[in-house]
Design a protein around this ligand. Structure first.
Ligand code: KE4
Length: 437
C-alpha cells in the first residue's frame, strides 16, 4: 500500500477552500476512488509526490509534456525571459510575432493565429468567430468529444464531464444548449441528417480529429474527408480541435497525418510547453474578421505574454529541430506490443487504441469507435486497474475516458517497468474477478 499520509492531509485541507479540493475536476480521483496524489516535483518522465513516492508519469499535465518535465531547453528559455525580458507587458512583443510565424509554418492551415491562455479560450473564440463570419448560430459537435468548459460545449461532453457523469452541465442555458447539436463520431450520416434538418443554420462543425476525451478514438480517414467535403459544400466552418493532438501525434498535428485541411484549428497544451498558452487560427478571410482587424471581438490580458510564449517557442523549436516523432513512434510500438502480449498471455481481449504517443486501454472487448462503444467500458475495472498501476509506480489518468501520454524521456527502462506493471495489474484484477464473479 502506498504511503499517502501527506496527500491525505493536504486533500482534507484543500477541500476546505477549493471546490472538491482540486482546480480541475478530473484530478479528483472521483471515478477511481481514493485520495488524489499531491505532486511535489516533476523530473523528466517522473513525478514525485508529497510523500516521496515516485511515479512514471503518463499524464504529463494532460498533454503538454511531450519533452518530459523540466526539459533544459524550456527551463533555460523561461529563466532567460524572466531575468532579461519580463513576464507580461500587455503590449505587443517580437516574441509573439515569431511564435505566430512558427505556428503557421508548422500548421499551414493556420494562415493567421490569435494567442490566448487556454484550450477553452481557443475553442470558445473559434466558434464565436465562425458564427460571426457565417452569420449563422448553430454548431455541431460530437458526443464524447471535449472542447473545454465553454457553455456551448458542455452538451454531451467528454473528459471530466463524462467521467463525473455530468456531460450536460447545470448552468448552461436552454438558449445556449439549443444551438449545440450533437452528432455521432465516425458516422457521417448522423452529421448529414443534422445539416439537412438545419439548412443554412450551421456555423461550424468542431471535432477532435483524434478523440482524446472518451479515451483515444481516431476518426476514420473517409469520415474526416466526408466531413471536409460536407463543410465545403454547405459553407460550414470546419474546426479541428487539436488542443491535444497538435504537435502531439505529428509536428503538423492530426491534420498533417490525415491530409485533411480544416478552415480553423484550435491548439494548446504542448503549445505552451507547460505554461498557459492556447491559440486559434485558420483561413485569412475568416481570421481577418477578428478584432481589431475586424468586428468579431475577442481579447485577453495575458494573451501572448513573453514568459509563456518563450516556453512554447522553446518547445516547438525543439520539436522542429530534433524531430522526436520516429523515436516516439518506436516507444509507442514497444508499449503497445507489450500491452497486447500481456492481453494475449492473460487471454483478455480488451480494446487498445494508440496514435503516436497517445494511447488508451479500454476495459471493454468492443472495438471502440465512438461514444457508445467507449462507454461500454467497465469503469469499475478501470478504477481497480488504475490503483493497481499506481501502487506499482505508474501514474495513469484517474479516469477511463482519457489518454495515456508519454514523452521523449520515457526510455526502455520506464516502458519495460510499465509493461510488467500492466501484466501484474491485469492479472490481479481479472484473476480476482474470476474468484469473485
Ligand atoms: P483547457 O481549457 O483545459 O486548456 O483545454 C480544453 C480542451 C480543449 N480541447 C481538447 C481536445 C482538450 O482535450 C481540452 C482539455 N483536455 C482535458 C484532458 N482531457 C484537460 C484536463 C482537465 O480538464 O483538467
Amino acid at each position: 500500500m502506498l504511503n499517502q499520509t501527506k496527500s491525505r492531509a493536504l486533500f482534507e485541507r484543500a477541500k476546505q477552500v477549493i471546490p472538491g479540493g482540486v482546480n480541475s475536476p478530473v484530478r479528483a480521483f472521483k471515478s477511481v476512488g481514493g485520495t488524489p496524489v499531491f505532486m511535489q516535483k516533476g523530473d523528466g518522465a517522473y513525478l514525485i509526490d508529497a510523500d516521496g513516492n515516485r511515479y512514471i508519469d503518463y499524464i504529463g499535465s494532460w498533454g503538454p509534456f511531450i519533452l518530459g518535465h523540466n526539459h533544459p531547453a524550456v527551463v533555460e528559455a523561461i529563466e532567460h525571459t524572466l531575468h532579461h525580458i519580463g513576464t507580461s507587458f500587455g503590449a505587443p512583443t517580437e516574441l509573439e510575432v515569431e511564435f505566430a510565424e512558427l505556428i503557421s509554418s508548422l500548421m499551414p492551415s493556420m494562415q493567421m493565429v490569435r494567442l490566448v491562455s487556454s484550450g477553452t479560450e481557443a475553442t470558445m473564440s473559434a466558434i464565436r468567430v465562425a458564427r460571426g463570419f457565417t452569420g449563422r448560430e448553430k454548431i455541431i459537435k460530437f458526443e464524447g468529444c471535449y472542447h473545454g468548459h465553454g457553455d456551448s460545449f458542455l452538451i454531451k461532453a467528454g473528459s471530466g464531464a463524462l467521467t463525473l457523469g455530468a456531460p450536460d452541465s447545470p448552468g448552461v442555458t436552454k438558449g445556449t444548449a439549443q444551438d449545440t447539436l450533437n452528432a455521432t463520431f465516425n458516422d457521417i450520416e448522423s452529421v448529414r441528417k443534422l445539416v439537412r434538418e438545419n439548412p443554412d443554420q450551421i456555423a461550424a462543425i468542431i471535432i477532435e480529429p483524434i478523440g482524446g476525451n472518451m479515451g483515444v478514438v481516431p476518426a476514420r480517414q473517409d469520415f474526416l474527408q466526408d466531413l471536409r467535403d460536407l463543410c465545403t459544400t454547405e459553407n460550414i466552418v470546419l474546426i479541428f480541435d487539436e488542443v491535444m493532438t497538435g504537435f502531439r501525434v505529428a509536428l503538423g498535428g492530426a491534420q498533417s497525418l490525415y491530409g485533411v485541411t480544416p478552415d480553423m484549428t484550435t491548439i494548446g497544451k504542448i503549445l505552451g510547453g507547460g505554461l498557459p498558452v492556447g491559440a486559434y487560427g485558420g483561413r485569412k478571410d475568416i481570421m481577418s474578421r477578428v478584432a481589431p482587424a475586424g468586428d468579431i471581438y475577442q481579447a485577453g490580458t495575458l494573451s501572448g505574454n513573453p514568459l509563456a510564449v518563450s516556453a512554447g517557442l522553446a518547445t516547438l523549436k525543439f520539436l522542429r529541430d530534433h524531430n522526436p516523432y520516429p523515436d516516439l513512434e518506436a516507444k509507442g510500438k514497444m508499449l503497445e506490443e507489450g500491452f497486447r502480449e500481456n492481453l494475449n498471455k492473460l487471454d483478455l481481449n480488451l480494446c487498445l487504441k494508440r496514435v503516436g504517443s497517445m494511447m488508451c486501454l479500454f476495459m471493454t472487448e468492443q472495438d471502440v469507435v465512438d461514444f457508445k462503444t467507449a462507454t461500454s467500458s467497465d469503469t469499475k475495472k478501470y478504477a481497480a486497474y488504475f490503483h493497481a498501476m499506481l501502487e506499482r509506480g505508474i501514474y495513469l489518468a484517474p479516469a477511463q475516458y482519457e489518454a495515456m501520454f508519454f514523452s521523449i524521456k520515457h526510455g526502455d527502462a520506464e516502458l519495460e517497468k510499465t509493461i510488467q506493471a500492466n501484466y501484474d495489474a491485469l492479472q490481479a484484477i481479472y484473476q480476482r474477478a474470476a474468484l469473485t464473479s
